[in-house]
Design a binder for this molecule. Structure first.
Ligand SMILES: NC(=O)c1ccc[n+]([C@@H]2O[C@H](COP(=O)([O-])OP(=O)(O)OC[C@H]3O[C@@H](n4cnc5c(N)ncnc54)[C@H](O)[C@@H]3O)[C@@H](O)[C@H]2O)c1
Length: 296
């Protein structure tokens, strides 16, 4: 299913890869011969990751990128194009778990919008920019980092995080048509708890005292290598379109989409017409969007 040489020379853009899951995926891509471009707000960590790749003769660049801003996303993809001639693989991974998980906290607009902004809106913005860069190349793959919290919901202490990751799964699953329109595949990876700074900071970030800390401390872990394997499957296996790969303590599973209810069924002929018309419409819109992107 996977081919070890397939990624040689490909260009990958990753957000939130100065450390944690993103850095491990970047490591795996570099080891397979990819050139990587990392965007993050942790500049010192990001620069040091890049320095380690370049010291070993690989090609990599880092750019300070706040994923919540369109201007930063555009600058990141333009840098990849300038340095390496184009983009083939995109991993939209930047995310936070803390800050907004405060059910009975005071009413703070900025704090309570931040998680949706970083975890959700930035994925939408990143996808819009990435799609243009990938379309210029004739296609490619976007993998969004969701979470097991994007599929299941039962912990009030991380309710906003759960809502944000459900949104990432829903957004990713809505984009199958991009494959036909411009050759772009979108998949999501949903890790269960994996040891990173995000997990270590959960207690401090959630401003919660005991219950969530105890729960997480006593929960199983997914091995980082399993998470990385899920990303590599989502990237390398071209048959995977709109898939949600769950990285679990006992391995990887594909989470199938729930089917619609029989009473909501639209006749097939209308679905087919909708798809055909949408493809034509989107191809026209893409041409205009590419011109706009080129002029930036
Ligand atoms: N660790 C887990 O248990 C776990 C489980 C499921 C999903 N995830 C998801 O995995 C992703 C990576 O998390 P991690 O566990 O490696 O944690 P991490 O904190 O080590 O990494 C998150 C990265 O995102 C970056 N980031 C945060 N805000 C940013 C912004 N505005 N602009 C650019 N970069 C920004 C951080 O600087 C950091 O490098 C996140 O989306 C997280 O929600 C983690």
């Amino acid at each position: 299913m996977t081919n070890d040489n397939k990624l040689q020379g490909k260009v990958a853009v990753l957000t939130g890869a100065s450390r944690g899951i993103g850095k491990e995926v970047a490591d795996a891509l570099v080891s397979k011969g990819c050139k990587v471009v990392i965007g993050d707000i942790l500049d010192k960590d990001g620069e040091s990751v890049i320095a380690s790749y370049n010291a070993e003769g690989n090609r990599a660049v880092y750019l300070h990128t706040d994923v919540t801003k369109y201007s930063d996303n555009v600058a990141l993809f333009k840098l990849a194009e300038k340095e390496f001639g184009g983009v083939d693989i995109v991993v939209l991974n930047a995310g936070i778990i803390g800050g907004a998980n405060n059910l009975f906290g005071d009413f703070d607009d900025e704090r309570d919008s931040k998680m949706m902004d970083i975890n959700v809106t930035s994925v939408i913005k990143g996808t819009k920019v990435a799609t243009l860069a990938l379309a210029k190349r004739g296609g490619g793959v976007i993998v969004n980092t969701a979470s097991i919290a994007g599929l299941f919901a039962n912990i009030p202490h991380v309710a906003p995080y759960t809502a944000s990751k459900h949104a990432v799964v829903g957004y990713t699953r809505s984009l199958d048509l991009l494959k036909v329109v411009c050759g772009v595949r979108c998949n999501a990876v949903c890790p269960y708890w994996v040891e990173t700074k995000l997990l270590h900071n959960l207690h401090r970030d959630t401003q919660d005292i005991d219950p969530i800390e105890k729960l997480v401390a006593n929960s199983p872990r997914t091995k980082m290598e399993t998470v990385v394997e899920a990303f590599m499957l989502a990237i390398e296996d071209e048959t995977r379109v709109g898939q949600t790969l769950v990285a679990l303590p006992d391995g990887i599973q594909v989470h199938e989409r729930p089917q619609s209810y029989p009473s909501c069924k639209v006749p097939d002929e209308f679905i087919q017409t909708f798809i055909q018309e949408s493809i034509v419409d989107y191809k026209n819109q893409l041409a205009v969007a590419l011109e706009r992107y080129e002029s930036m």
